[in-house]
Design a protein around this ligand. Structure first.
Ligand SMILES: Cc1ncc(COP(=O)(O)O)c(C=O)c1O
Length: 344
């Protein structure tokens, strides 16, 4: 029998009950559409508590849009965005960032999923040459697509590199909560405090039903964003139901509790898998994902009971994600099943 919870993705999880309750609570009477409602005002105020009173916040439906629209606000079409070759914006958004910005994305090989100043310096060339795209943004994902977490000094170095060259640092924070708790930092210190200029803030993977936001730390960058969001088809008419999710997530440390739990479950999964000689963990487990090389023949057998994604087919590496609602029993049951299956 298929278990109720799998390890395929943190967006396969349901909605945290407190968030669902907030949505139900917002479902009273009428409220003005397009964000001019008390729920959106409350959510924006909550973001400002976390990120600073001068942060500019725009609520959107999904993470791809948060990335595309924030990058659009930072660039002109003759400019370029430097990211890793594993970046969601590069491999998992169907070319939407290129379509919306008109910019070239410059992918950099990045073992462990992280951009480094060294690697970025090699891609930074052709400046002032009319034949070349002009690098304008470094985009990093925190936590990374490989479940690793940039250390504060690594982000600060990238921000310094960017700012010295009149560039911006964008953070795809689909899993910023997991990264912040992993580093023991609050949301502001994990982003703005390290020199990030624009953040795609993720709620969906951390217990929301479907809610993300773009946060700018310099008002000038947000100047045209209302128009970009509408033109980008991301202005929700019944915005209150998205806003209230983010308000709930950012209240009473729910964001932190959910992310801490998901990270703890990933650490437990890593420990349980460590007992299985045929399973090799391939990246440091620093947030809520575990990446493992397993015998190729075991993949289909495992997937019969637990749906999950193969990360690298050639290398037989799979990705297992934990969520706010993963239980220790789920992890142990899964690890037992892996042990049985790879041993066959
Ligand atoms: C690193 C990263 N960025 C952004 C996203 C946002 O994706 P979506 O447009 O599905 O909300 C995801 C979701 O898988 C992700 O893993």
């Amino acid at each position: 029998m298929r278990p109720a919870r799998s390890f395929a993705s943190d967006n396969n999880a349901g909605i945290h009950p407190k968030i669902l309750k907030a949505v139900a609570h917002a479902n009273t009477g009428h409220a003005v559409g397009y964000g001019d409602d008390p729920y959106t005002q409350a959510a924006v105020a909550r973001f400002k508590q976390h990120f600073g009173a001068d942060a500019e916040v725009f609520i959107v439906f999904n993470g791809t849009a948060a990335n595309c629209l924030s990058l659009k606000a930072l660039t002109q079409s003759y400019q370029a965005v430097i990211c890793t070759e594993a970046a969601h914006i590069y491999v998992d958004e169907c070319g939407a960032p290129e379509k919306f910005t008109g910019c070239k994305l410059i992918p950099i090989p990045a073992p462990n999923g992280k951009l480094t100043v060294e690697a970025v310096s090699h891609a930074y060339h052709g400046i002032g040459d009319q034949h070349h795209v002009q690098p304008k943004v470094l985009s990093i994902t925190q936590s990374t697509e490989m479940g690793t977490v940039y250390q504060p000094s690594e982000i600060r170095d990238l921000a310094n590199f960017a700012h010295k060259r009149d560039m911006f640092l964008h953070m795809d924070g689909a899993r910023i909560a997991n990264a912040a708790v992993s580093l023991g930092l609050n949301l502001r210190k994990a982003t703005r405090g390290l020199g990030v200029d624009a953040l795609s803030f993720g709620g969906t993977k951390n217990g929301a039903m479907g809610a993300e936001a773009v946060v700018f730390f310099d008002k000038k960058l947000a100047r045209d964003f209302l128009y970009l969001r509408k033109q980008g088809m991301q202005l929700a008419s019944k915005m209150r139901f998205i806003s209230t999710q983010l308000d709930a997530l950012l209240s009473g440390d729910l964001w932190k509790k959910n992310a801490q739990h998901a990270n703890r479950m990933a650490a437990l999964l890593k420990k349980e898998l460590g007992e299985i000689p045929q399973v090799k963990i391939v990246y440091p487990v620093e947030a809520n994902g575990v990446f493992a090389r397993i015998p190729r023949r075991a993949i289909a057998r495992l997937q019969k009971r637990y749906f999950f994604y193969v990360w690298n087919e050639e290398q037989s590496v799979v990705r297992w994600m934990c969520s706010f609602d993963t239980t220790a029993e789920d992890v142990r049951q899964f690890a037992r099943f892996v042990a049985e299956t790879v041993g066959k």
